[in-house]
Design a binder for this molecule. Structure first.
Ligand SMILES: [Zn+2]
Length: 389
């Protein structure tokens, strides 16, 4: 399945043939001024070459829409979103973010009824770096832990500076599926309706391509947590280099946890047609987790560890995986970081990364770090849940 990066397909370059090229506009907020950009953590406003190696850049390939680019320390963004109105309910959040951006870009207003495409992307990029910092904190790592190349000495940390990958993380936001589908098809070979994540093996980088066509996702308050869910998957895969699929329960549980730290009501589900915003389960998840546990039907960690595909987790299993990860984040964050480090960086006798026997690896790491079997973790989780924290 696509989202698990399990297939490598030839690049269909034909669909990316250049069309007429629009002149890039100057950003009204940082004026593409190197000094202002540096203050705001902006490395470049592009145009950036994003996606598969050797393809025409996205702005040339899909020239009917206006693209805005932004590169920060760890992420590279492309977006063809138009302007948007700020929803009254969302005003406090937007104003808090505008104030934060205003502190580094004085031209940015502290209040706005409407956000233009440049301002929207500046805000996304700022939040993207905040989220990167959050994820590094979760892993208990900093940039200094990741050398440019694999080292002979010291712990195995992957193959590059970006959590273990060589290139920055890429995010492409599409106003319409009309550009998302052909763009992602050009490197995955499949036409996928919803958000697509992909690892470019040759370039050692991960991308998330996100269509924002559904009514909720047209609003940035729902779009960003949805992007963060996808980035959580990409960051975890990238950690110590993407050599093999991480355990599904941990991968999905973490992505839900990261998304819900940003917006508790936001829920992304990894489906057959990519990752989509899912509103089928409107109950609050802490409440839902307690209900499922009380019914005696909560899936055990041992069962969760068997899952090899996201599709094997039903709606309740998603909630339980999230709740168990949440339990570890809140009660044992240091040990969780070590656990993730072991799960992501397994080497064989010759020092070659291997995803063999991940279940055994997890059981051993649980035992050594926490002193628990999977059933003992379940018991501790149940007790935590019943205390109602
Ligand atoms: Zn700018």
């Amino acid at each position: 399945m696509l989202a698990r990066f399990s297939i490598v397909l030839a690049l269909a370059a034909a669909s990316l043939a250049p069309q007429k090229k629009a002149e890039p506009e100057v950003c009204p907020w940082c004026k593409n001024d190197p000094e202002l950009m540096a203050k705001a953590g902006v490395v470049s406003h592009g145009p950036l070459s994003i996606g598969p190696k050797g393809s025409a850049d996205i702005a040339a390939s899909f020239a009917t829409s206006q693209w805005v680019f932004l590169e920060t320390a760890h992420l590279r963004w492309a977006s063809n979103l138009g302007p948007c109105n700020v929803d009254l309910k969302d005003k406090p959040r937007v104003e808090a973010e505008l104030a934060k951006l205003h502190a580094v870009l004085p031209l940015v207003p502290e209040k706005a009824k409407k956000l233009d495409p440049f301002l929207r992307l500046h805000l996304f990029a700022m939040r993207g770096e905040d989220f990167y910092a959050r994820f590094q904190k979760l892993l208990r790592v900093t940039d200094a832990d990741f050398p440019e190349k694999r080292q002979q000495k010291g712990p195995y940390m992957g193959n590059g500076r970006f959590l273990g990958e060589s290139e920055k993380f890429e995010v492409v936001i599409h106003a319409l599926r009309a550009t998302h589908v052909p763009f992602t098809q050009s490197f995955t070979g499949a036409g996928v309706t919803d958000a697509v994540r992909w690892h470019f093996r040759e370039q050692h980088k991960l991308i998330a391509s996100v269509p924002a066509e559904e009514p909720d996702l047209r609003q940035d308050r729902w779009l960003f947590p949805h992007i963060a869910h996808n980035l959580s998957h990409n960051f975890l895969c990238a950690y110590k280099h993407f050599n093999y699929d991480p355990p599904v329960w941990l991968d999905e549980g973490l992505a839900h946890a990261m998304e819900k730290e940003i917006a508790p009501e936001s829920n992304t589900t990894d489906g057959e047609e990519g990752a989509y915003r899912d509103t089928s389960n409107p109950l609050e998840w802490p409440k839902l987790a307690r209900q499922i546990e009380a019914s005696g039907k909560a899936v055990s960690l041992a069962e969760l560890m068997h899952a090899k595909e996201f599709a094997q987790l039903d709606a309740d299993a998603n909630v339980i995986a999230w709740s168990k990860v949440r339990f570890l984040i809140e009660t044992q964050p240091e040990k969780l970081a070590q656990f993730i480090g072991r799960v992501k960086g397994q080497l064989d006798d010759k020092g070659v990364p291997t995803g063999q026997n991940l279940e055994d690896l997890q059981r051993n790491a649980l035992r050594e770090l926490f002193g628990w079997s999977p059933a003992e973790l379940d018991a501790a989780w149940r007790e935590w849940l019943r205390r109602g924290v």
